[in-house]
Design a protein around this ligand. Sequence first.
Ligand SMILES: [Cu+2]
Length: 285
Amino acid sequence: MKRLFSGIFVVTALLLTPGCSSNTKSTETQVSPSMMMNHEGHSMGNMNHGDNSQITTKVKLTAPKSLSPNQPINLVIDIQDVSGKPVNKFDIFQEKIMHLIIISDDLRSFAHIHPEYKENGRFEVTANFPESGNYTLFSDYKPAGNKENVSLMNITIPGSVPLPKNLEKFSKTKTISDTKINFNISQPKIKAGEEISLTFDLKDNKNQPIKDLQPYLGEKGHLVIIKSSSPLTASDYIHAHAMKDPADGKVEFHTKFPKPGTYKMWMQFNRNGQIKTADFWVNVE
Ligand SMILES: [Cu+2]
C-alpha cells in the first residue's frame, strides 16, 4: 500500500516533574521541527534529570494519501531516537503502551485511543476525524526506563471546514446520558502555577451519588486538559491522575495549570463498562 508521509518529525524532550507516581503531573516540553534544523546544538544537557534518564525521541506519522472526515483512517506512528533508530522498548503505564489523544484545533473534538504496538518502534491505530480541519495528535508513551514522553503530530482532513456552532458554555454541570456531573474547583479562581484540586461529583438520574463507578485504565477517572492555543504544543497538554481515595460518585484530581489562558478539560470515567466523557472549560488567570 502506498502511503504519504503527511507528518513531520518532532523532537520531544519532556521535562517532567520528578515522581511519576504522584497524583500531580505537569509537563514542560521542548518541541522543535527537527527535520528543518540540524540536530547538533539541541540543549541535550537539559534532559538529564538526576538518576532518571530521559531520551529524546521523535515521532513520524504516516497516513493514507486520501483523507476524508468521518471515516476510519489507519495511522502508523513510528517512534525513533534522534539518530532515526527505532525506539523498541516501552514501559506500560495506565495499562497501555501508548495513549493517543486526538484534538481538533478548535478543541471541539476529542478522542482518547490506544495504538497497538507492532515492532521496531511502530504503532498502528484506526482513528476517526469527525469533520474537515486540522487536528493535533498527542502521543503519550514511556520509552523503557524513561519518563513519559509526549510527542505531537498534525493531520489535516481536507474539505470545507464547518462554520463554528454555538459557543460552548463555561458550565459547571453536564449531563451525559444517565449521569449528571458537577464540577467543583477548590479555589474561587484558578491561578497559573498554583496547585488546585478539581472534583467531579457524579450522580444518577435520581440525584444520588453513583455507586457503580468502575476503574478506567486502572484509575477512578482520567482527565485530559488542553490549553487553547494556536498552534497547540506539548506544553498545552496536561494529563492529570485521579486521587486514589474518595467517596462514592466522586472523582478528584490534583493538578496545576502552567499558564494563564482558557483550557478545555475532558473527564473520562467508566460506568457499568461504558466509558463516558464529560467536557468543561475553565479560565486560568
Ligand atoms: Cu489512554
